[in-house]
Design a protein around this ligand. Structure first.
Ligand code: AMP
Length: 394
């Protein structure tokens, strides 16, 4: 089966083509609407690249260029040849709790819940509509970041606000990065030879955005992101948990409006806000040069991450594994070491000789006999989306 996976952002489309579950091409349309746009396709089987540069006015033009590059590469003669197209959709809301084939009602619901993901859902809708127009016969599947977290119990997903905000405005914890948490927990259970429905784990998806989930019997029972992807851990540019009273305080003391505060908390906080660098590699390099703010940012990150993992350890009846994934989780042996050192007294015993220098490889990094197994599991959200799409259209 030929499945295209699309992750449409406001000014970009990330794509990957699968043939019978093997990735054969990947690519990116970037800077849509900015004048100096670019589209690149990589034929993975031949290690060959194809590209176009110049203004790409909108998603429709972007996708038509992707189609052209597919033709040029010989991988596809037309998008119509696809068996299906899987779309990443960040927010499904309270109704779309299962991944599904897109019809008009689904599209309307994704649109309706856009207020809860204003940076993401409108772009996903643009991607889906573009695909519908370019290849009308191809089935589109929506894969929701929020779906995996729909198994959380009410006492975990509710906020202690007046109940009508939940009833009328659907304000509750939704969680994000669901396809990643789902993929790595399945992979880890398989790797450890434990049946998924008996597997308990804490999954730490640590990328530019970051979230931790508690998995009991293969299902999510809690996660650190909330109503939006802002809650929880400190991230590259996002603040994570803060006292909510800081928001009205800033409106009064600094005269900031809600949009300005939202922008600050999402784009100017986290590592960037504390030390001026959002990429952990730069933060670690600054620490080596003696930068005190960079060290503070790292200390805060590790402290908060440890608190979340520790709290999920207490709510799970047993923890079989701690799983590190995404850019930081897969690549930073230092973050893994600093966190596990703090958790050692709970039975998380890291084998430093295995951990050191290890990047992006599925591997157990705990000591033999460690109460909790510690694993690196490289995430593959696109593969998960392709698999879900294939299963749904079959
Ligand atoms: P992601 O959002 O999953 O692509 O992760 C991106 C983040 O991973 C970057 O911002 C870096 O902070 C981090 N990262 C990638 N490689 C390394 C590395 N070798 N050491 C530390 N952090 C890394």
């Amino acid at each position: 089966m030929k499945i295209l996976v699309l992750n449409s952002g406001s000014s970009s489309i990330k794509f990957k083509l699968y043939e019978d579950k093997t990735a054969v091409a990947s690519g990116l349309v970037e800077k849509i609407g900015e004048g100096d746009s670019k589209v690149e396709l990589k034929d993975i089987t031949k290690d060959k690249k194809y590209s176009r540069e110049g203004a790409i006015a909108n998603h429709e033009v972007g996708l038509s260029l992707v189609n052209e590059l597919f033709k040029e590469s010989g991988l596809l003669h037309d998008l119509d040849e696809l068996d299906g197209c899987g779309h990443r959709v960040v927010q499904g809301g309270a109704k779309l709790i299962n991944h599904c084939v897109v019809d008009e009602a689904v599209l309307n619901e994704i649109q309706r819940v856009s207020v809860m993901a204003p940076l993401h859902n409108p772009a996903h809708i643009a991607g889906i509509k573009t695909m519908q127009k370019a290849a009308p016969k191809v089935k589109n599947v929506a894969v929701f970041d929020t779906a995996f977290h729909s198994t959380m119990p009410d006492f975990a997903y509710m906020y202690a606000l007046p109940y009508e905000y939940f009833e009328e405005d659907k304000i509750r914890k939704y969680g994000f990065h669901g396809t990643s948490h789902s993929y790595v927990s399945k992979k880890a259970a398989e790797f450890l030879g434990i049946e998924l429905n008996k597997f308990n784990a804490i999954t730490a998806h640590l990328g530019n955005g970051a979230s931790v989930s508690a998995i009991e019997c293969g299902k999510c029972v809690d996660t650190s992101m909330g109503f939006t992807p802002l809650e929880g851990l400190m991230m590259g540019t996002r603040c994570g948990d803060i006292d909510p009273a800081i928001v009205p305080y800033l409106t009064k003391t600094k005269g900031l409006n809600p949009d300005q505060i939202d922008n600050i908390m999402n784009k100017k906080s986290g590592f960037l806000g504390i030390c001026g660098f959002n990429d952990l590699r730069d933060v670690e390099a600054q620490i080596k040069k003696g930068d005190k703010k960079a060290k503070l940012a790292q200390d805060m990150y590790i402290y908060r991450l440890t608190k979340y993992i520790g709290s999920y350890f207490t709510i799970l009846p047993r923890t079989d594994a701690l799983i590190f994934t995404a850019g930081i989780g897969e690549n930073s042996d230092l973050v893994r070491k600093l966190v596990c050192d703090k958790l050692a007294h709970l039975g998380f015993e890291l084998d430093e000789s295995v951990n050191k220098g290890l990047r992006g490889k599925l591997c157990e990094i705990s000591k033999v006999g460690s109460k909790v197994k510690i694993l690196i599991v490289p995430t593959d959200e696109e593969f998960e989306i392709a698999t879900i799409t294939e299963n749904l259209i079959k």
